[in-house]
Design a binder for this molecule. Structure first.
Ligand code: ZN
Length: 456
């Protein structure tokens, strides 16, 4: 019997918005999902997450996960809760990262009694998800009955991140997940994707280019040295996944090259410590330069002065360690986590520094600090900000507008249509126009809830 010549794709969420990736592919008697992420805004989980899925979870054959960020994996326990009993497929590191990230998120969400989240994010549901989970290597072909073949390509976004390639009726359908800001210090470059018929891609930075990042390590050394000379504490709010490991690696190279003086450096985040161990375990996925340094005998996530403080007591004891010193702690936007304690202790003094290296969303404490507010509230206390505030951009984990166009250019001669997802409407629409103008490809920005059909 001939295969269906049409596949239906539904943008269940994650279209017209950055977070909550969840896409449904239906055809030839099969149903597949790509990602099942949390919808995030000012809150770690918006109320929209707790509405029922628009599909019957028990009828899904396979959930494919592109990578372990919570806006791509965060609703897996909810999918299980609604009866999903299919397979989950990802690369090997993504499974391990997900296990850690889900446990951390479950811990936070379980406090929400209004939506009964303790029941959804139960250890049983998480365990069931991991039991249903199978892993494949990059480049490995997974054949599924009814004529589908799936392969992951390295997207260079975080450890384990994959672009999902689907072959069906000799057509190539690609879901990019998030695309890395290559070259990354640690990861391999995004693989070139060619011969694509239908491309479903991210567009977070569709309308913006990143600042030149060539001198970010030089700036990092500068900020560290200035803080050292002032005999202060340098606070760095960090995201636990990828950003922390990049930063550790960059500080490691600065220490090894004697570009910064020796001083106590704390990684004060249990989540980041766990994730760093996963990075260390899967060094084989790093880029050739990082591999060469590792083969030369350097432990790139460890250097003289580094202390990983896992327990609360160890964290509290940092206050007694004489300056100068560096403290890296989560969360990256100061909307929770141990960084708040350090900010309360160190922001009031002029010899200290806070270094912001990531995007600070509107409504977060990080954004308020970035804006130069002189007085803030932390844990019901007024905190006067007298410390130095420094910023280094260029640490983004996403391709910028020009590089997204370059990515599409590799397959512009074959692609029938590009669907722009995971971006604010302004960003996705700008990129769509740019793709039409520069590459003469058909580009479309769907809305959440919309379904489309592709001819295969
Ligand atoms: Zn991501």
């Amino acid at each position: 019997m001939a295969n269906d010549t049409k596949l239906k794709v539904t943008f269940c969420s994650g279209a017209g918005t950055v977070t909550g990736a969840n896409f449904l592919i239906e055809g030839n008697g099969k149903k597949f999902l790509v990602d099942c992420g949390l919808i995030q805004g000012e809150k770690i989980a918006e109320d929209l997450n707790w509405e029922e899925f628009t599909y019957d979870a028990s009828t899904i054959d396979i959930l494919f996960i592109t990578h372990g960020h919570i806006d791509h994996i965060g609703r897996i326990p909810k999918l299980i809760h609604e009866g999903f009993n299919g397979k989950i497929i990802s690369t090997i590191p993504t499974k391990e990262i997900t296990e850690i990230m889900l446990a951390d998120t479950a811990h936070l969400l379980a406090k929400d009694e209004e939506h009964n989240l303790a029941e959804i994010y139960s250890p049983e549901n998480i365990k069931k998800a991991l039991d249903l989970w199978e892993t494949i290597e990059y480049g490995q072909k997974l054949n599924v009955d009814h004529g589908f073949q799936f392969t992951y390509r390295d997207s260079g976004h975080i450890l384990g991140s994959g672009i999902l390639e689907i072959i069906y009726n000799n057509k190539k359908i690609v879901f990019t997940g998030d695309l890395g800001n290559s070259p990354s210090p640690l990861l391999r470059n995004t693989e070139k994707i060619t011969g694509v018929d239908y491309l479903f891609m991210e567009s977070v930075y569709g309308d913006r280019n990143h600042e030149d990042r060539d001198d970010r390590k030089k700036r990092l050394a500068e900020v560290i040295n200035q803080n050292y000379e002032r005999k202060g504490t340098l606070m760095i709010p960090v995201f636990s996944l990828e950003r922390t490991q990049e930063l550790l690696y960059e500080i490691d190279t600065l220490v090894e090259a004697n570009l910064i003086p020796k001083m106590p450096i704390f990684l004060d985040s249990p989540l980041a410590i766990k994730l760093t161990a996963v990075y260390k375990k899967y060094e084989k996925y790093f880029n050739p330069t990082a591999l060469k340094i590792i083969k030369g005998g350097d432990d790139i996530f460890n250097f003289i002065g580094l202390k990983m403080t896992e327990s609360t007591d160890e964290s509290k004891a940092i206050l007694n360690v004489p300056d100068p010193k560096i403290v890296m702690a989560g969360s990256g936007m100061s909307n929770g986590g141990r960084i708040l304690h350090h900010e309360k202790n160190y922001l009031p003094y002029a010899n200290n520094t806070i270094l912001l290296i990531g995007y600070q969303a509107v409504g977060t404490l990080g954004r308020t600090i970035e804006n130069g507010t002189k007085k803030i509230r932390i844990m019901n206390e007024d905190v006067h900000i007298r410390s130095h505030i420094e910023k280094i951009s260029g640490y983004s984990g996403h391709k910028d507008s020009d590089h997204l166009v370059e990515f599409v250019n590799d397959t512009a001669s074959t692609v029938k249509k590009v669907y722009l997802l995971m971006g604010e409407p302004k960003s996705s629409m700008f990129l769509a126009q740019k793709l039409r103008d520069n590459l003469n490809v058909d580009a479309y920005t769907p809305n959440t809830g919309e379904s489309i059909e592709i001819e295969c």
